[in-house]
Design a protein around this ligand. Sequence first.
Ligand code: NAD
Length: 325
Amino acid sequence: MLKTRITEFFGIERPIVQGGLMWVARAELAAAVANAGGIGFMTALTYPESEGLRAEIRKCRQLTDKPFGVNLTFLPTLRPPDYPAYIQVCIDEGVRFIETAGRNPEPYMEAIKAAGIRVIHKCTSVRHAIKAEKIGCDAVSIDGFEAAGHPGEDDVTSLILVPLTRDAISLPIIASGGFADGRGLVAALGLGADGMNMGTRFVATREAPVHEHIKQALVAHNERDTRLIMRSLRNTERVMHNTTVDKVLEIEGRGNTRIEDIIPYVSGMVGKEMLEDGDLEKGTLAAGQCMGLIRDIPSCRELLDRIMLEADTLIRERFAGVFQT
Ligand code: NAD
């Protein structure tokens, strides 16, 4: 058992967070993480309509009586989402935690806070963490350059970002980006975080609702098998390397890229198909450098048990006697 400000904050047993994962973070996964003692966030935009999110929240409640949350990502999209409708569903359904990401959630803070929902803002720089504290967020998830998906444009790794964020704000902090095992958890705490977030690692679990080929690919790939696409649009995304990614990079290399030039390759709908049919080349798939640390496909319970044991052993045995008086 590890008691930190993050376990207290969420009312959970283990300081481990499964943050929003487009298409993947559905009720099955969030509930499995919750039942294993961590907390999972379902990604609102996975459901094209807010009513889809409502049904999924209800499904999650059937699968667990433990806390879970909803992720709301504000990044450029091909289909502009009705954010107020998603927020209203969270309020109606009694969701207690919302993870915001991608952009400053300030326009929605009043409505969310008035409903008593706590906001965890996921961001990729110290300045954005400071801003999150200023506008009334309750916790910050700080995402290093190692991360899957959108790691921002500053390219600062977790090793630097987490302690700098600790120095800059007083809110509870979740370290994100590059974390996949018990060593990562101990490192996160050592760097000043109160818990760790994992994304890619949770996609390679038995409960993740994705094709087996995707899970096996996460095991087979290593830490060098990611690429950064959409850098030219200042909307950088870290994805698993494949032939489609090479095509996107080739187009971007020509210069003056417009989103229209790469839509057929980067579209989320194609990514959704990949996750369902297991075709590894069809489009682009967010994945982090921590693929190098992923060697199996456990259940969420097995994964969290292992992480806690590894962290505990590390603290008790590896560090015992290191410091000589
Ligand atoms: P989508 O099909 O709408 O867009 C595909 C990709 O193109 C996304 O990365 C999106 O950000 C980007 N994009 C779209 N319009 C753009 C524009 N005008 N300029 C620059 N880039 C543009 O995306 P989707 O798969 O339906 O996902 C919905 C949202 O969830 C997107 O904003 C996406 O970025 C986000 N998402 C976030 C993460 C994460 O790491 N937090 C991971 C996956 C998806």
